[in-house]
Design a protein around this ligand. Structure first.
Ligand SMILES: [Ca+2]
Ligand SMILES: [Ca+2]
Ligand SMILES: [Ca+2]
Ligand SMILES: [Ca+2]
Length: 202
C-alpha cells in the first residue's frame, strides 16, 4: 500500500513537472510548404489568442506602431503581416508600406529561449524587443535560428519587428519555457502531500 502511494506520487510529480516545465513551441510555419499550428493566426486582425502547453499567447499585427490596417497572413510559403496595401509582401514582415511588427505577450512568466525566422539576408533586418528589457538585432545566421534566453513576466509586451529599409523575413517558430517558480511551487505542494500521507501511515 505504501509503495503504491509512493509510486502514485512519483508518477503524479513526473507528469505534472514534465507538463509544466516543458519547453513550448509556437509554430507559425514549418519553413517548407505548410502552415503550422499558427494557422489560428492566419488572415486575422485584432487581438488573437492561441494556447500551446502551459502558455496562452495574445498577439496582434502592427503597422507603424498601430494595430490599424494590418493583419497576420500565412501562405504555403511564409508567415508574416499583410499591410493591406498595394505592393506589400503579404506573408512577410517587411517595410514596403511601413514598419510591420507582431506585438505579443503570454499569460504566465517564463523564458523566451529561441526564435526561428526565414529570409534574414542582411545585418539587423529583424528586431526582437522586450518592453523594459533587452533588444536583439537579428543578423544573418544559420537557418535564421537565434538563441535568445530572455526572461519575461506575465503580460510583458514583446515585439518582433522589421528593423531596416528593404527588410523582409518570415516567422517560423519560437520556443518558451515556464519560469522555474511555477515548477518549484508544484514540487513544494507535492512534497507537502507526500509528508502528510507518510504521517497518516506512521
Ligand atoms: Ca492566409
Ligand atoms: Ca508584409
Ligand atoms: Ca529558419
Ligand atoms: Ca530578407
Amino acid at each position: 500500500m505504501k509503495l503504491t502511494r509512493k509510486a502514485l506520487l512519483i508518477s503524479l510529480f513526473l507528469s505534472l513537472s514534465s507538463g509544466i516545465y516543458a519547453q513550448t513551441t509556437f509554430s507559425f510555419h514549418d519553413g517548407a510548404n505548410a502552415i503550422g499550428t499558427g494557422l489560428v493566426f492566419d488572415d486575422e486582425a485584432g487581438s488573437i489568442q492561441d494556447t500551446q502547453g502551459s502558455f496562452t499567447i495574445t498577439a496582434e499585427a502592427f503597422l507603424n506602431g498601430s494595430s490599424t490596417g494590418s493583419f497576420f497572413n500565412g501562405t504555403t510559403t511564409a508567415f508574416g503581416i499583410n499591410a493591406d496595401g498595394s505592393g506589400d509582401a503579404t506573408a512577410e514582415f517587411d517595410d514596403d508600406n511601413g514598419t510591420e511588427s507582431m506585438v505579443f505577450s503570454f499569460n504566465i512568466g517564463g523564458t523566451f529561449t529561441s526564435l526561428d525566422l526565414v529570409g534574414i539576408n542582411n545585418d539587423d533586418e529583424a528586431t526582437l524587443s522586450f518592453a523594459g528589457g533587452g533588444t536583439y538585432n537579428l543578423s544573418d545566421a544559420t537557418d535564421d535560428f537565434y538563441v535568445i534566453g530572455e526572461s519575461f513576466t506575465s503580460g510583458q509586451l514583446i515585439t518582433l519587428s522589421t528593423n531596416a529599409a528593404g527588410a523582409n523575413f518570415g516567422l517560423e517558430a519560437f520556443t518558451v519555457v515556464p519560469e522555474p517558480g511555477s515548477f518549484a511551487l508544484i514540487a513544494g505542494c507535492l512534497g507537502m502531500a507526500s509528508i502528510m500521507l507518510k504521517r497518516r501511515h506512521d
